[in-house]
Design a protein around this ligand. Sequence first.
Ligand code: BGC
Length: 428
Amino acid sequence: MYALKSKPHSSYAKKAAFCASALLALVPAIAQAEPTVEVLHYWTSGGEAKAAVALKKDFEAHGGKWIDSPVAGGGGSAAMTVLRSRVLAGDAPTAVQLKSPAIMEWAEQGALANLDDVAKKEKWDEILPKRLSTLMKYDGHYVAVPVNIHRTDMIWANPEVLAKVGASKVPSNWDDFNKLAEKLKAQGIVPLALGGQPWQETILFENVVLGIGGTEFYQKALIDLDEDALKSDTMKKVFDEMRILRVFVDEDFAGRDWNLATAMVMNGKAAMQVMGDWAKGEFLAAGKVPGKDFLCQATPSNHGYLFNTDSFAMFSVEGADKIEGQNLLASLILGQKFQETFNLLKGSIPARLGVPMDKFDMCALQSEKDMQASQASDGFLPSVGVNMALPGNLTGAIIDTVTSHFNSEMSSQEAVDKLVQAVNLAKE
Ligand code: BGC
């Protein structure tokens, strides 16, 4: 393993790894370095923590020492702040839960280790779908390993609550959603459970973009950042719908964590939540059964699928124990059995190809099916809200606009003007 772009350090790390393995091969009697990782992650809710523990246990069962560094805060912005200060202080954690655009930014700075050796040994090019392996490579070299495939275009609903207004299904377009929400509100039920944090509001927004604009519009507006799409009438309609949805959220939503919003649906305090399928991890951790205690349905779209892949990037560190730890962790993450165990708990589907799906529930099977359909029609698109789509400053420009609009009286025209301005500023 060696750091990309940081030559002096890279050769040191390479030598250290080489010396360590040469020594171990020649003198088996010498105690091996204990593979050690310090893992910085933000999996702290009920379902997330269970999944993180599965990874820790697998690592420990393979002789590794795991130092846990969780940073609470859904969406990970608190974790990213901690990461930046740790790296600045010259004390990078060995493994960090990151998204692809951030992985590329850190690789660009020469902060990441090269995982090509493990990747070659474990045939990552063969066991990973190309769409994912590309996201894990910087300059043709593996610098991260994917754990899962989540999606953010999901509605989670409480069927008992829906039944109170005679509904048996989750609406399949935003107009019907509005009508159902009106009925629920009239009965004193909170139609939409939302945590008022900018990234959660942006998940709602990206779903409305997908539903009202369709996959092509999503690509143009939120990925290509095409100015005409950003200021189009379609985008104004998206903000109109966001204004309508604001009314369906309860008064106490500001700052609420996503899992507390999920709990509102679980406990019958609210009818629906638009959230990534880590929400399913919460339902399952609470012993709830899909199809019975809760419903899962994709938000309206023309075969879109808003994906989000959690990955671990290995930071360039010194010491044979840490380098062995990084190699061990990277190799375990893509193990077939581990992919099954972890994703069953996390609510996601496996990143690795060929993992048996027989233990997965209806929501996961639907996710797998929708993913295939989306890939056949260019609808497999990265989520903006959870930092999968764009470099940090551009994601920030969109998130800031969405949250300013949602939490004020701003008109849709003002919102599109602000969006164009913020994106242009961030592009400079
Ligand atoms: C991560 C998920 C996590 C969610 C809420 C997302 O950014 O990709 O793994 O469960 O945030 O914390």
